[in-house]
Design a protein around this ligand. Structure first.
Ligand code: ADP
Ligand code: ZN
Ligand code: ZN
Length: 723
């Protein structure tokens, strides 16, 4: 019998394709092949060999294998197959996520050699009017080790200019300089000694040779978790081992990468969305070739084809960016735990504010709970107090006592941070004559006023319009911003503290400046200043001179319909608070609220996260929410709400089974977004296995169904957002 293979394609299809394997070719699962597909060619990945094709179908032979080895080694292949089933996402798309873009497109699995150039003549030899060539020659001459063509082009020169210099023998081909960033050349340095508390925590971490284990390292902000990771890896990785350190967003915290590089030098590789295709391919090849890399990466790094992975670390494991919000909706953290299990190695989940899922796993004995409740060095945990702002006059959201506290902080030579959870100037523009509020014409939301660019913007679609001075409806000039955004707070602070730099950090300001780092330079100087910003400021930064943190308003998450909102609120508040007093000076946090008697906020003042987590877990259990039950959401979007509800209604009978609760279908919280009508159906169960089997059937059925044009459905297992 001729040999056959079942192949997955990078398409959103819940099916595989069978082919004949040409004689003499041996293929294995995970291997890349080129196949005829319709009238075209496609790149596929072998899923199974020697299958029995359905009768009466004559198979086409596949063209060839792109390499002799499987691009996805066994463990990675198994991981992705599991994830495909768990998250109910088509296998082909899951498998292809583990390939760098170049390999998805069928390019060879090797790095393209770059041409390098070195100067070997003087610009005096050039005609006086050849300014461009002269500049280029000078530019290349500055790079003593040689310059890469791609960098030369990036610097604004052209290939013909390069060729002209080459023809005149003013430059010549060079051997490549080691193409890596500066930090990597740094001498690796010894880690500072761990404190007693850190040692105690570190000694509880299981060793790589001990097989699978999951540990939840609960360490308060500034307790030195990162230092523990560094020590652990330094002590326990052999020269051949690979390790993975997942972080939520690398761009926000390049200091972390720099710290790892100082310890491990060239072993450190990074993986994140800002890499270009060739950088991705290069990192991917190192990992696949089993080089002993320590990879610091965002979510998708967990899917890469490691061959000798000995430890996984998930830093800030509670961070919602570990969950992919579209397409293959996996949780990088949860996949990391499964990967450690498959691979029989430890996984360490670290956070000052662990997710309720991980904390419950620790309480239930699945994970080991390691506590680190002292700050590293001389730093003390910040003191947190509530300030009730009912009936207090506010200026741009700031109360008198808060403005006074800010003044005192600056006077004593320190820095302060003001946390506002909205960017822009104000979330609503309202007419105080006719009551009109400016809405997005395409969404069921209001437009945010951005005063810096005189624009009204929708934060849910691309819509924007110019801001008007008067009410667009009745032309009244009693047309005013309502509520606070970062721009407004920045203005008020600038008025109150005219001699102090105010540093705004939000999506708008970082986009304008290129990066958060360039903005934070001013803060690094250590001189008095006030930082104003959103969530972005809560993430892992070390601001040693910030001694006061103000939270403008804590109430957003207290009464939300999203069952995760209180957890996220507390996590954000504690993470922001954690920016205070990280140096030798003690920190103070003031939280403005209209609900100072709310039990959750009262517990916040003790600063003990696990107490709040206990409280929140009780509520989750009472409401039968995750982590006590599994949740899955089907979402639909269409040109009308009826169509969306119809698709979801058709799922209901298929999902009926004992132990499975069905809620909905209901319109989503923002029912219309970018002119699409969205609805959702929630399934909730204590029998994950049974639900998973049902889901496979439901997804197959939906995929076969002919849906009206423009109608889409999605499935989200363990959803992070439930609105
Ligand atoms: P976390 O990751 O828990 O927020 P970090 O590892 O970033 O904490 O440590 C917080 C600060 O304390 C950093 O500035 C770090 O350099 C410092 N630090 C950590 N451990 C020690 C130690 N053992 N001795 C001195 N300083 C330390
Ligand atoms: Zn009006
Ligand atoms: Zn909109």
């Amino acid at each position: 019998m001729p040999s056959t293979a079942r192949i997955a394609l990078n398409r959103p299809l819940r099916r595989l394709f069978d082919y004949l394997v040409p004689e003499g070719l041996i293929v294995t699962p995970g291997q890349r092949v080129k196949i005829p597909f319709g009238r075209q060619q496609a790149i596929g990945l072998i899923v199974e060999t020697n299958i029995e094709p359905p009768e009466g179908i004559s198979l086409k032979p596949l063209h060839n294998a792109l390499e002799e080895w499987p691009a996805l080694p066994n463990e990675t292949f198994q991981l992705l197959s599991w994830a495909s089933n768990y998250y109910q996402h088509p296998l082909g798309e899951c498998l292809f996520t583990a390939l760098p873009p170049a390999l998805r497109k069928g390019r060879p699995a090797m790095e393209k050699a770059e041409d390098w150039w070195q100067a070997c003549g003087s610009s005096a030899a050039l005609p006086a009017n050849a300014h461009k060539q002269k500049n280029l020659l000078d530019w290349i001459a500055q790079h003593k080790q040689g310059a890469k063509s791609s960098d030369i082009i990036k610097a604004g020169f052209s290939r013909p200019q390069l060729k002209a210099l080459c023809d005149k023998e003013l430059i010549r081909a060079a051997t490549p300089a080691n193409d890596i960033s500066e930090g990597r050349h740094a001498e690796t340095i010894a880690a500072p000694e761990l404190s007693d508390a850190q040692c105690e925590a570190a000694s509880q971490l299981p060793l790589p040779e001990g097989g699978f284990s999951a540990s939840l390292l609960y360490g308060i902000t500034g307790s030195g978790k990162t230092e523990i990771y560094l020590h652990y890896l330094k002590q326990n990785l052999t020269a051949k081992d690979q390790a993975l350190v997942l972080v939520p967003e690398i761009n926000l915290t390049p200091q972390t990468v720099a710290r790892f590089q100082r310890y491990f030098g060239e072993r450190i590789q990074v993986w994140h969305s800002a890499l270009n295709d060739s950088q991705r391919l290069s990192a991917w090849l190192k990992i696949r070739n089993g080089e002993p890399v320590i990879l610091i990466g965002t979510r998708s790094a967990v899917l890469l084809p490691f061959t000798s992975l000995k430890t996984l670390i998930v830093d800030e494991e509670h961070d919602s960016s570990y969950k992919q919000g579209e397409g293959f909706r996996y949780s990088g953290r949860d996949v990391a735990v499964y990967r450690a299990h498959l691979n029989r190695c430890p996984v360490i989940l670290g956070s000052a504010t662990p997710s309720l899922e991980s904390y419950q796993n620790a309480l239930g004995g699945k994970y080991q709970l390691i506590r680190l409740e002292e700050r590293a060095g001389n730093a003390l945990p910040p003191s947190i107090s509530l300030l009730d702002i009912r009936s207090r006059p506010l200026e741009g959201g700031l109360s008198r006592p808060v403005l006074q506290a800010l003044g005192q902080t600056l006077d004593s030579g320190n820095q302060a941070l003001v946390f506002v959870n909205r960017r822009g100037f104000a979330p609503v523009m309202m007419c105080f004559d006719c009551g009109h509020m400016v809405e997005c014409p395409r969404c069921d939301t209001r437009l945010t006023y951005h005063r810096r660019d005189r624009a009204m913007r929708c934060h849910h679609c691309e819509y924007q319009a110019s801001a008007t001075e008067t009410c667009p409806k009745c032309k009244s000039d009693a047309f005013k911003p309502v509520g606070q955004g970062t721009e407004q707070t920045e203005d008020i602070l600038a008025t109150n503290f005219p001699d102090t730099p105010i540093v705004r950090v939000d999506r708008d300001s970082t986009q304008r400046k290129g990066s958060i780092q360039s903005i934070l330079k001013q803060v690094d100087s250590g001189k008095p200043c006030i930082l104003v910003g959103t969530q972005m400021l809560a993430k892992g930064h070390d601001f040693p001179n910030v001694t006061l943190v103000i939270v403008i308003n804590a109430d957003g998450g207290l009464f939300s319909v999203d069952f995760r909102a209180p957890e996220q609120l507390i996590q954000t508040l504690l993470q922001v608070s954690g920016r205070a007093g990280r140096g030798s000076k003690p920190g103070k946090v003031v939280v403005q609220t209209c609900h100072s008697d709310h039990p959750l906020l009262k517990t916040l003042c003790h600063g003990r996260y696990l107490d709040m987590a206990d409280q929140l877990l009780e509520e989750r259990e009472a409401g039968q929410f995750p982590p006590f039950r599994a949740m899955v959401i089907f979402r639909a979007e269409a040109d009308t709400m009826e169509q969306s509800l119809q698709i979801l209604d058709s799922i209901k009978p298929l999902a009926k089974a004992p132990g499975i609760e069905i809620w909905g279908p209901l319109p989503a919280l923002i029912a219309r977004r970018a002119d699409r009508y969205r609805a959702q159906l929630v399934l909730n169960t204590d029998n994950r296995k049974r639900l998973n089997i049902l889901l496979t059937g439901i997804c197959q059925t939906l995929e076969r169904k002919k849906l009206p044009k423009g109608t889409r459905w999605m499935i989200d297992v363990d959803p992070q957002e439930t609105g």
